[in-house]
Structures are given as C-alpha cells and as structure tokens.
Design a protein around this ligand. Structure first.
Ligand code: ADP
Length: 665
C-alpha cells in the first residue's frame, strides 16, 4: 500500500479521500488555489501546496505543477477526485511517464469513454444496447437536422465531450433544431473546447439508473449494484438512492453484467460507473455513457454495501486484488444522498455565490453522514461547483431511510446565500417520491408543490424575529448603562423600552415585497406582541444565535442570524429572511424599477437577439448570458418596444446590471 498520496482536487471529495487515507495510515498532500488557501481540505491534509490563482486553468488543472509537487513530496500516487483532471487521459499518461500512480483507470480506458460518440460506437460492438440516434462524425448542420427529422421529435442534442449537462439541448420541433444546435455547440466549445455533438431520441419518461463497477489489475471485475439518480434538475442529479426502487434481481444481474462487460471491453481498472437510461414505458435500458472515476453519489453505494470505495480504489491502484468477489457482495438496507447546493430553485436553480454566514449540519451517526468541504464563514465562489455538501442517510428500509432524510434536512441550517435546502425538504416529503413515482420528469411534474410561491410570513416567525430584535436592543442598553459614568441616569432607561408599563414599540420587517409590523408592549415577564389580528404573550432568551422562546405557553426554538442588515430566522430547516426597516425612512430609499431587465448573475453576453425600436411579445428571447459555462436566456417579461440595449455580444455583466429596457405598450 502507498505511504503518501497527493489529492489533486478540492472541496468535499478531497476531504473524503483524506479521511480514508488517514484510516489506512497513508499520508496526504493537498493542493489549493488562492481561493482555497484556508479551505477545509488544506487543513485536513498533512501537507499542502499552492497551485495558483482561483481559476481552475491556473490551479487545479495545472497538471505539470501537480506532478512536480508529487515528485517533490515523494507522493507515490495521485487521487484526482471527480471533475478537474479525473477524466483527462493526458494527465493519466503524464503520471505514468513520471512514475506516479494515477488512481484511476489506464489512459486508454479514459480515452475510450472520453467521447460519448466514440464510447457508443465501442459499446455497439460489445452488444450493449444504445438509445436510437446518430453518433457519427458528420457534423454538417443540415445533415444533423435531417437525422433528427428522421428519428422524430423530441430529440436530444448532446456534446460528445460533454458532462455536467453542458451542451445538452432538447429539441421539440424541427423548426427549433438549428438554433438549439448552435447553442449546444457554443456551450460545448466554451466548456470542452470541442463542439462535436451527437443526437439521440429523447425518451419522455425515463429513469436514470447507473451501475457501480470495479476492476482490478488482475482482470477481475465486479458490480456493486445500482443507484437511481432519476431526480434531476437541468439534467443534473440532485437526489440519489440505492438500491433502485422496484429493481428485480433478474434486471439487476442483467444490467450489472452489461456494465461489467462494458468495463472489460476497454480493459478497465478501478472505480467506474456505467450510466443507463431506463425507459419506464417499455422496460428497456440503454447505455448512456461510462464515467471513468469515482462519482459524486458513490456514498449511497458505500452505505448499502458496507464498503469504502476510496479504500477499494487505493488497494486496486497499489496492485492488490479486489477486496470482494461478486458472490460476496450484498445489499443491506437503503440509502439516500441529497446534494445541498448554493442555488436558487425559484430561478431555475441558478447557481449562487456568497459567504456561508452560518452553517450548522446534522450530527453524524451510523445513519447520517455529511460529506463537505466547507465550514462556517467560507465562500462559495464563482470558480467552482456550488455544492455545499452531500447529506447521506441510511436505514433498514426505504421508508425509514426517507424518514431519516427528512429529519436530517430539518436539522440543516445554512444562512448567507440561497440554497436548495427547502426544495430538498419538499422533495423528500413529497408523497409521490415516497410512493417511488420516479422518472427524470419528477421535478418538472411537481414543480408547483416543490417550489411554492413564497408564503406569507407566519406570526410565530415574526414573533421570533421581534424577540431577537428586542433582546438585542435590551442587551445594547444594558451594556451602555454599565459603561456609562452615570449608570443611574434615567436617560438610559428612557432610551430603552421601559419608560412605563405600557410602553409600546413598533418593529417593522420587510420580506420580499411584503411588509409586516409587530407592536411590542412591555410586560413584566416579556412582551405582548400584536401581529395583525394576533396577540401573543411572548418571552425569550437569546444565547448567541440560538433563541429559546415561549409564545402563549408554547416552547419554540430557532436560530437567528444577523448579517448585512438582515435577520434570518431558521426553523426546522426553513429560512425566513427579514429586513428590519424604519418606515419613516422608506420614502428616501424607494428603489426605482422602471422597465429595466437585470442580469440574474454575473456573466458574459453571448447573443443579443433584439435591437432598440423592436417590438417584442411577452416571452420573446432578448439576450443570452453565459455564466458558469451555462447559458441563460433573458425573456421579455411583457410585450412592448425595446427602448435600449445596454450590452453587446462579448461584454461582461455584473449581477443586477440593467441589460435592456422595454417600454410596456
Ligand atoms: P452529462 O454527462 O452531461 O451529465 P448524460 O448523458 O449523463 O449527460 O445525461 C444526463 C441526463 O440527461 C440523464 O441522467 C437523463 O436524465 C437525461 N438524458 C440523457 N439522455 C437522454 C435521452 N436520450 N432521453 C431522455 N433523457 C436523457
């Protein structure tokens, strides 16, 4: 076994690999960009080396620099994690040439699966079933359109070099094909430097079921069963589980053997995943692609098999045989993984950046595991994946595991930037999810319930916010009184709320567009709070950010985080952001918001569809922005005439920048 390894990655996966290395007594070397100098993976490793500025190209993708660090530190092997250099055949080759073990498959296997098109051709030869489509070399737009027309709509355009849903477009009608092809090619070129695409028949009700495979250098290969990753947004996984609900032993063996055959066909070594798309309408399954690395969702497999897949990777890479044979592998219980992302579900899951002002995670146990690379106070930056953590739960049955998931989600607290936590809770508690009504359209189908319009703030939450405000004012008054030379001065009393027994004080909060008032009347043991028509006897103590309150005899707990002039009340996994304001100043602050359209996030303008003077309908595409390698189309919010276009193709825009102006009719 290795004595020292280098981890060429960051975030939760770097921390995850370090944990197993430590368990096996292997020393670890971390690498980091300037954005990650204080990151958790850097603190956990035995040694850490700077790679460069935050952009991946200048840091985590610098293969030569990484190899130089491996040589300098005497690391015998490099774990690439996922993303970055994990599926880069040149890097795997460079490692071999430098005498450093690449913890992954041989470069030839990465190459074989690197292009979705070439992989399909190879699998066709190995008699693995494929989705009907075109995956050849002819990239002529008219020819591709012809192929799409022939297979019938809807079709899916995919970047051959693709991954992460980039360069993937569904086309519903022949008339839209050309524009979608151009967009897919642009995204593919921006993300992968290669605009080759393939076309597939788009299945309307599929499940994503993938098989975990493992192969060793002795030519043995096994499958560690399946994961169901059907719950997706933007064609990307958000909730995964193992085993797949409804999977029969016969189908499992059939898919498992197909996956092992796929691995054997390319001389595979190490951990790999063969992704299949399963047609719920016909029961057929088709090969989609093989990922030649450890997957984000590998923990659910670990939970149901009781195996440590990173340990398997390290053993196999050091030349040991697979720890277990196929007949020794068993499924025990059920596991879920929920990916906690900094993203805004209400705005098409747009990635968000910002500081984790407050982070409190569920307690780890035999049933609950949190894989994360961040700590309270860390930044989610625009440079990397906006995943905050993976929450993994296990129990004897799916039903009990789902219960665990719901409880753990309710214990998860993140304040400082929008996250998908409330959305995950809605998903995990949705009756259709409990009933295993799974397919990749799940989120779209239940969108209205999963992303409900922001509800009015309830009286309890307003009372908790008011108690936190009042506690802070009282504490400030007390401190001032204690520091005053004239502590007995009645002015300090007068400055507070206690001038007389029925002193009343109005607190005002803004939540989105909505404004709320809480009238607090001072009482001996607390306050009487008037909130609309409600009257609540309220008292509470604030310890740091924890508020223990009593409302009309009910005991309530919440976390209240203050930052940037806002209060966030966190209760049972749901956040309510309230902005205290002074109504007397409102007139001065009123924001101007004419017909301007603003950028939902920082990015680059890639297409401008309209010009000043043009008449547009509601929903007309106006501009396409690219951010984090994804394209976002800005649509006209209403019919009208374009008054001005403030940015041109190629220009950078800041979040909130006005892009265009439309005068309503
Ligand atoms: P990427 O590598 O970019 O993530 P994949 O090829 O793995 O892309 O596909 C991602 C997801 O897109 C799949 O999990 C599935 O939900 C959906 N998808 C892919 N191919 C098809 C298809 N032919 N029909 C319907 N959905 C598909």
């Amino acid at each position: 076994m290795f004595k020292k390894i280098l981890i060429a990655n960051r975030g939760e996966i770097a921390c995850r690999v370090i944990a197993t290395a430590r368990k096996l007594g292997i020393k670890t070397v971390a690498v980091y960009s300037d954005a990650d100098a204080q990151a958790r993976h850097v603190k956990l490793a035995d040694e850490a080396f700077r790679l460069g500025p935050p952009a991946p190209r200048e840091s985590y993708l610098r293969s030569e620099a990484i190899l130089a660090i491996a040589r300098q530190t005497g690391a015998e092997a490099i774990h690439p994690g996922y993303g970055f250099l994990s599926e880069n055949e040149e890097f795997a080759e460079a490692c071999a040439a430098a005498g450093v073990v690449f913890i992954g498959p041989p470069a030839s296997a990465i190459a074989a699966m690197g292009s979705k098109s070439a992989a399909k051709t190879l699998m066709e030869g190995a008699a693995v079933p494929l989705v009907p489509g075109y995956h050849g070399d002819n990239q002529d737009a008219a020819f591709l359109q012809q192929e799409a027309d022939r297979m019938g709509y809807p079709v899916l355009i995919k970047a051959s070099a693709g991954g992460g849903g980039k360069g993937m477009k569904i086309v519903e009608h022949s008339a839209d094909f050309a524009a979608q092809l151009a967009s897919a090619q642009r995204e593919a070129r921006a993300s992968f430097g290669d605009d080759k695409v393939l076309i597939e028949k788009y299945l309307t009700k599929p499940r994503h079921i993938e098989i975990q495979v493992f192969a060793d250098t002795q030519g043995e290969a096994v499958y560690l069963f399946e994961r169901d990753c059907s719950v997706q947004r933007r064609h990307q996984k958000v909730l995964e589980e193992a085993p797949a609900p409804g999977m029969t032993d016969a189908l499992r063996a059939e898919m498992g053997n197909a996956a092992v055959n796929a691995a054997k066909a390319i001389g595979y070594v190490g951990a790999g995943t063969v992704e299949f798309i399963f047609d719920t309408l016909t029961g057929a399954f088709y090969f989609m692609e093989m990922n030649t690395r450890l997957q984000v969702e590998h923990p659910v497999t670990e939970m149901i098999t009781g195996q440590d897949l990173v340990e398997w990777q390290l053993r196999v890479a050091s030349g040991e045989p697979l720890p277990l044979r196929q007949h020794e592998l068993r499924i025990h219980g059920h596991a879920f993984e929920a990916r906690v992302y900094a993203e805004d579900p209400a705005r098409d899951f747009l990635p968000q950046i910002g500081r984790l002002a407050h982070l409190s995670q569920p307690t780890a146990s035999n049933h609950v595991r949190v894989d994360t690379g961040v700590e309270s106070g860390d930044e989610i930056s625009p440079f990397y994946d906006p995943m905050i953590a993976k929450l993994i739960v296990w129990d004897e049955s799916r039903e009990r595991a789902l219960d665990r998931l719901n409880h753990a989600l309710a214990d998860y607290e993140v304040v400082g930037l929008p996250t998908n936590l409330a959305f995950l809770s809605q998903l995990a508690s949705h009756p259709a999810f409990a009933a295993c009504e799974l397919d990749t359209g799940f989120i779209a189908r239940h969108h209205a319930q999963l992303i409900p319009p922001t509800p009015a703030v309830d009286s309890d939450t307003l009372a908790l916010a008011a108690l936190a405000e009042l506690a802070q004012v009282e504490a400030a008054n007390l401190a001032r009184r204690q520091h005053s030379s004239d502590a007995a001065s009645p002015w300090w009393e007068a400055d507070g709320w206690r001038l007389n027994q029925d002193n009343r004080h109005a607190l005002h909060f803004r939540h989105g567009e909505q404004e709320y008032a809480v009238i607090a009347h001072y009482r001996d043991a607390g306050y009487l709070l008037e909130i609309g028509a409600d009257k609540l006897e309220a008292s509470g103590q604030l310890h740091g950010q924890r508020l223990q309150a009593n409302l009309d005899g009910r005991r309530l707990q919440a976390t209240v985080v203050r930052q940037a002039g806002k209060l966030t009340v966190v209760r049972a996994g749901s956040n309510t952001e309230l902005e205290p304001f002074n109504p007397l100043l409102v007139g001065l602050q009123a924001a101007e918001s004419g017909g301007g359209l603003s950028a939902p996030m920082p990015g680059t303008v890639v297409v401008v569809h309209v010009q000043a003077g043009e008449q547009v309908e509601k929903g007309t595409p106006l501009m396409i922005l690219e951010a984090m390698k994804m394209e976002h189309t800005i649509l006209a919010p209403h019919a009208g005439v374009v008054q001005a276009v403030f940015f041109q193709k190629g220009e950078q825009v800041k979040e909130g920048a006005a892009l265009l102006e439309i005068a309503a009719e």
